[in-house]
Design a protein around this ligand. Sequence first.
Ligand SMILES: [Zn+2]
Length: 263
Amino acid sequence: MPLRRLFLWILLGSVAFVVSYFVLFPHVFRCLSIRYSDFRLAAEHLYVSPELSPRVQTHANKLIHESRKRIETFWGSRVGKPTIILCQRADQYRQYCNSGDGAGCSIGTPWGTSYIVLNMDGLNTDVIAHEMCHDELFTRLGWWKTTREIPQWFNEGLALMVDYRFVPKTDSIQRYVDYKDEYLYLSRGGQVALDLDDIASMRGFFNGQESHVMLAYMTSGMEVSRWLALTGEKKIPLLIQHVAQGKAFEAVYQELEQENKRR
Ligand SMILES: [Zn+2]
């Protein structure tokens, strides 16, 4: 095949890929083109709904600042720099998040840019830090490894560690005890327990009734807080670094836990 024709095929293939990606995920395209929408750039990496009042905007800035601090403390540093899109109305949130569920969502693209979409219920440090934690993991690992290697229970469990809606901020042992209590309550003493393998995929985690999703969250919170009580928070960046270098998540997760037990 002549070189020019090969080049043309590669070009057409790439264009087809990009077009079909945006057809499948139109909300990603909306996030990507936020600067051309009627949303206002309120601060660096922050776009707000045009009807948002200056008072709420100032409040949002303060909460984002506090959430970043939480991420820095938990991870040791902050690498993620997502663009935050703050929606005043439910229809705006649905447009950018591709779902009306929840108070916030984080979106990472295969080329590395990332977004956090919030509605008015998400205007608090717990929700923002939760989404930032997903984003931090995504930024450190990239789209492919986060999607392929990280079980959803770990991703959600980790985000719960900076989100104090279910279990308040406390020391690592008490945090595990509190998540276990929540889990035992929701699982009726373990009678309707979920296996970690069952909630390793997005589908397994989120498909089901609200009671299933809540139990999935508490199971994840219990597992990650158990692991952290044994290993310590400093092991989180190390775990992710190993996975970024190509090691299997499950293997490093167990290795770091065993290492601590031996000490
Ligand atoms: Zn989450």
